[in-house]
Design a protein around this ligand. Structure first.
Ligand SMILES: Nc1ncnc2c1ncn2[C@@H]1O[C@H](COP(=O)(O)OP(=O)(O)OP(=O)(O)O)[C@@H](O)[C@H]1O
Ligand SMILES: [Mg+2]
Length: 173
């Protein structure tokens, strides 16, 4: 039987704990790291990306790049490029963005990566974010649990995932 892809499953009870997982990615990631952020509208992909920016100590605010397609945040430990493919349904157009090169010397985050299947880097950490509660009350919008499933494809992503596993789900001594 082939080895299962290395996976880390976490529960984040509020937006800040999702940001903390992103921040660890920002602290540990080597240059060239690609993170694909998958989840429905409002799942928490941009919140995770904000954490990555914090972990990299990027001086600019990470927000939704929906209207510019790719935001660049310079001045942190590594240059961060943050793409949102939500509005793009033309694979040729997505290929023209050159995202397969965008992580070189820095980090690339992609929201709605399913739109770009086939033209995104093969070595990547896939982060799926799933709300664990339905019908969240208005006053609890920032604190509703999410399940995060982090899956590594490729050697570089596997190394990053093993550091994250040590940090968030250490093997008991
Ligand atoms: N556990 C949690 N983790 C992440 N976000 C949470 C959590 N609980 C509540 N939230 C809230 O959910 C919202 C997530 O919004 P965010 O913009 O990150 O979603 P998104 O996945 O990027 O959506 P879109 O597809 O529209 O870009 C934020 O308002 C955040 O405060
Ligand atoms: Mg978003």
């Amino acid at each position: 039987m082939p080895n299962a892809q290395p996976t880390l499953r976490l529960t984040c009870d509020d937006a800040e704990s999702t940001r903390e997982v992103g921040a660890a990615v920002g602290r540990f990631a080597p240059a060239g790291t690609v993170v694909l952020l998958q989840g429905d509208l409002g799942a928490g992909k941009t919140v995770f990306a904000q954490g990555v920016g914090r972990g990299l100590e990027a001086p600019t605010v990470v927000n939704s790049p929906t209207f510019v397609l790719v935001n660049e945040h310079l001045g942190g430990r590594l240059p961060l490029r943050h793409a949102d493919l939500y509005r793009l349904d033309d694979l040729d157009l997505i290929a023209e963005l050159g995202l397969d090169q965008a992580a070189i010397g820095g980090m690339l985050l992609v929201e709605w990566p399913e739109r770009g299947e086939g033209v995104l880097p093969a070595d990547h950490l896939h982060v799926q974010i799933v709300p664990l509660e339905e019908d969240v009350a208005e006053d609890a919008l920032d604190a509703s649990p999410r399940g995060l499933v982090l899956t590594a494809s490729g050697e570089q992503a596997e190394l990053l995932l093993s550091r994250l596993t040590e940090q968030f789900a250490p093997v008991p001594a």
